[in-house]
Design a protein around this ligand. Structure first.
Ligand code: ADP
Ligand code: MG
Length: 611
């Protein structure tokens, strides 16, 4: 067969958005799989070792290359996919720059074996850092196999810059998902360190989504379909009740190419408005087919950004199509818009038996007494605890002595706030608008945000549990099964040890499911899914490198989810306990997220207002 690869003339090459093609193993995976797709393969196998750092290999059964093409493919701007600048607007392939193989060969040890269907033997080429070190005739199946070893062997700084295997693997899985979703008509296999991660048979889109994200996904999917002059839209959205804290299952494909586009994302979110909770994201798998001349994908080196000629029309169509689907499949009307969200208590206490933490009560303790400063405990009538869904406030107070181990950097603050002769100050607290706790201090009054204050209290407690003690666990009689995507399961495995220090016990990791056998004392079964979801979301947006920051994110995710919210009524004892606990923390002035926990107002300031 004829040779097809050509070197792009300079004036064409210069019009192409140049840039770093290879940033990490996942970039190699993306480029090689895209080439395999462009070669018309029906079966593609991805094999990696050590998250791609040692090996990335892609084997396809596509059209293969002639001997000349095989050599030429490693040249910069050598491509069979475009010939002239106009072709950039008639693209039907993933690649077009002719840069990927050249860039990869420059920084790794590459071996290519390729054979065209009408040839009896194929060709093998070995390249190390852009230098061809071998070329041979070889017996090889039809198609192309490219293995990329020792990535960045000649740029140690770049190699050292790579993240942990878990992180790099996660990036690879992301890239794999993107191509696999766009091509359900291709059989994909993915092996990591010798074990099979994915085996995706040829199927339709729905089946492909389910194969990738697990059996539970099927019931979540709602089809979207819309044909207009500007765009043909197809795909699925997930029902609003499955909206996630985690961003990550949002997929746009334009002419079968995965793209990121926050404007279009906004259009989908707008359609979901009112149906999902704030700070959650709808999941979607949406395919837009447009005339290639109406888009420009040459604006960014990674080819994941697209410029549409008519973005506004795209926005409007997308939003109304998604809305339509939500309505048509009876998803929207089921939701009760009249319901007061304040009544949706996130806690499970209403319907379950509460496990009381063991609290040692020092009934004589008065936190406002000077001598007791720094030795804070809770006192509240025992009875009240029974109908009080507020135990979480008391976590960490199992033992009074707990606090003696905490250094009081805040003592001065505490002192200046509460340093007062007892008889002059009332210790009464008052809850304002189910949001703030108001109490008096020496100089006037203090207004505490109940949510932020509780976050601070819980955060320090969890952090201590994770880093110092082993968190106490309550065993579940029936293990709780939680469903996640593979990527999330991988992340959970990585976090397992830290999570177990907080009291979680996990077992039975499956592809898309994990069993929870034990949970921390201070959370209820119904909160578990919420906490873990928040956690995964936080870890995905911020990848921790040290174990401290891991503990930190964990503690933050837990306190974010479990802290008492604005809108919850607190009884007097709870209010008082919250105030005491807050000022017993290391840094009572700010929440773990660096927001002020309280404000003060002096008598003088109040006086001024009366002038
Ligand atoms: P691009 O994909 O932008 O054209 P690449 O550097 O990725 O640039 O590839 C250069 C050329 O090598 C391609 O245009 C194609 O002709 C050929 N090629 C690369 N990979 C394969 C493959 N797996 N099967 C057949 N041909 C391939
Ligand atoms: Mg390519």
């Amino acid at each position: 067969m004829a040779d097809i690869i050509q070197l792009l003339p300079d004036h064409v090459a210069n019009q192409i958005a140049a840039g770093e093609v290879v940033q990490r193993p996942a970039s190699v995976v993306k480029e090689l799989i895209e080439n395999a797709v462009d070669a018309g393969s029906t079966s593609i196998k991805l094999i990696i070792k050590d998250a791609g750092k040692t090996l990335v290999q892609v084997v396809d059964n596509g059209k293969g290359m002639s001997e000349t093409d095989a050599r030429l493919s490693f040249e910069r701007h050598a491509t069979s996919k475009i010939k002239a600048a106009e072709d950039l607007f008639q693209l039907h392939t993933k690649g077009f720059r002719g840069e990927a193989l050249a860039s990869i060969a420059a920084i790794a040890h590459v071996e290519m074996n390729t054979r065209q269907a009408d040839e009896e033997v194929g060709v093998q080429i070995k390249i190390e850092g852009s230098t061809v070190v071998g070329q041979d005739v070889t017996v090889t199946p039809q198609g192309t196999s490219i293995s990329v070893k020792n990535l960045f062997f000649n740029i140690p700084a770049r190699r050292n810059f790579l993240k942990s295997d878990t992180v790099e693997l996660r990036h690879i899985i992301d890239e794999f998902h993107r191509v696999a979703l766009a091509h359900p008509d291709i059989h994909f296999e993915f092996y990591n360190n010798g074990s099979e991660l994915f085996n995706l048979p040829v199927s339709n889109l729905r089946q492909r989504i389910v194969h990738i994200f697990g059996g539970k996904t099927n019931e979540k999917l709602v089809p979207v379909e819309e044909e207009t002059e500007v765009v043909n839209l197809k795909g699925f959205i997930c029902k609003p009740e499955f909206a996630k804290k985690t961003r990550g299952e949002q997929f746009f494909f334009v002419n079968n190419r995965f793209i990121k586009n926050s404007y279009l994302h906004h259009a989908v979110c707008a359609a979901f408005e009112g149906l999902i909770k704030e700070q959650t994201h709808p999941s979607y798998f949406l395919f837009l087919q447009v005339d290639p001349s109406g888009i420009d994908i040459n604006i960014h080196p990674t080819k994941t950004e697209v410029k549409f000629d008519d973005e506004h029309a795209m926005y409007a169509i997308l939003r109304s199509a998604v809305k339509h689907s939500l309505g048509q499949f009876n998803v929207a009307p089921v939701l009760d818009f009249e319901r007061d969200s304040n009544l949706d208590t996130p806690y499970g206490y209403k319907s379950k038996n509460v496990n009381f933490p063991t609290v040692e009560v020092d009934a004589d303790f008065n936190p406002f007494e000077k001598e007791n400063k720094g030795k804070v405990s809770v006192s509240y009538p025992k009875k009240e605890r029974l109908n009080n869904s507020w135990e979480s406030l008391y976590v960490g107070l199992e033992k009074k002595s707990d606090f003696s181990s905490i250094e009081f950097e805040s003592e001065e603050v505490t002192g200046s706030l509460f340093n007062e002769k007892e008889d002059e100050v009332s210790t009464a607290t008052y809850q304002l608008h189910k949001k703030y706790i108001v109490t008096t201090i020496k100089s006037g009054m203090v207004i505490i945000s109940q949510h932020r204050a509780h976050q601070r209290v819980l955060y320090e407690q969890y952090l201590k549990n994770i880093t110092v003690d082993k968190g106490v666990s309550q065993q579940l009689l029936f293990p709780l099964k939680l469903n996640f995507s593979r990527t999330e399961i991988e992340l959970l495995k990585e976090l397992k040890d830290s999570l177990e220090n907080t009291g979680f016990i996990f077992s039975n990791f499956k592809d898309d499911e994990v069993a929870v056998n034990g949970i921390p004392l201070n959370i209820s079964e119904s909160e578990v899914a919420m906490v873990v979801d928040q956690l995964l979301s936080d870890f995905q947006s911020e990848i921790p490198e040290s174990s401290f920051s891991q503990a930190d994110i964990l503690a933050k995710a837990m306190c974010k989810t479990l802290a008492v919210k604005s809108g919850e009524i607190l009884n007097a004892a709870s209010q008082e306990a919250l105030v005491n606990n807050l000022f017993a923390t290391k840094d009572p002035t700010v929440s773990p997220f660096n927001k002020p926990t309280y404000i003060t107002m002096s008598v003088e300031e109040i006086d001024k207002k009366f002038l």
